[in-house]
Design a protein around this ligand. Structure first.
Ligand code: HEC
Length: 130
């Protein structure tokens, strides 16, 4: 393969990259899980992989504790469905998530936050904030 061939094929490579990116993004937010119904179940399905079950984040991966958030319920829902104000955010957006599900997740996250901060064992512990 010479250099001329390579530049000719470049648009094809870009196209393939774009298609696989879209497939990846689309399969991540299929929202096909009728078996789930509570905020906890939805949270565990969509959020714990990064933020973990307690919402304390994954320090080594640079993922902040979402329980350390100052956002209110509405702002959390917006963060989930429309994304972060931070343009370089590594957090996926869930545009296909039903409002009711996002609301339940936001409620559950605020519940985790209260639980964490009301536990005296957690006094003085440092959470990774954004
Ligand atoms: C792929 C990893 C990943 C997943 C999955 C994920 N997050 Fe995040 N989240 C991040 C990262 C990285 C940030 C920091 C950047 C930002 O604010 O977007 C973040 C930030 C946040 C914040 C903002 C915290 C602040 O500073 O106020 C909230 C709230 C949040 N996530 C909630 C959620 C919820 C709820 C879910 C599940 C629906 C979720 N996240 C799923 C990676 C993830």
């Amino acid at each position: 393969m010479n250099a001329f061939n390579l530049t000719q094929k470049l648009p094809l490579f870009i196209l393939i990259a774009l298609i696989s990116f879209c497939l990846n993004a689309c399969t991540k937010d299929k929202h096909n899980h009728q078996n789930l119904s509570t905020g906890e179940e939805y949270y565990n399905e969509h959020c714990t992989a990064c933020h973990n079950k307690e919402g304390s984040g994954t320090f080594l991966k640079g993922i902040p504790a979402n329980i350390a958030t100052n956002k209110n319920k509405t702002e959390i829902i917006l963060h989930i469905k429309r994304g972060s104000q931070d343009k370089h955010s590594q957090m996926p957006i869930f545009p296909n998530m039903p409002d009711d599900e996002a609301k339940k997740i936001a409620n559950y996250l605020l519940h985790l936050k209260n639980k964490y901060f009301n536990n005296p064992d957690n006094k003085g512990k440092v959470l990774l904030k954004r």
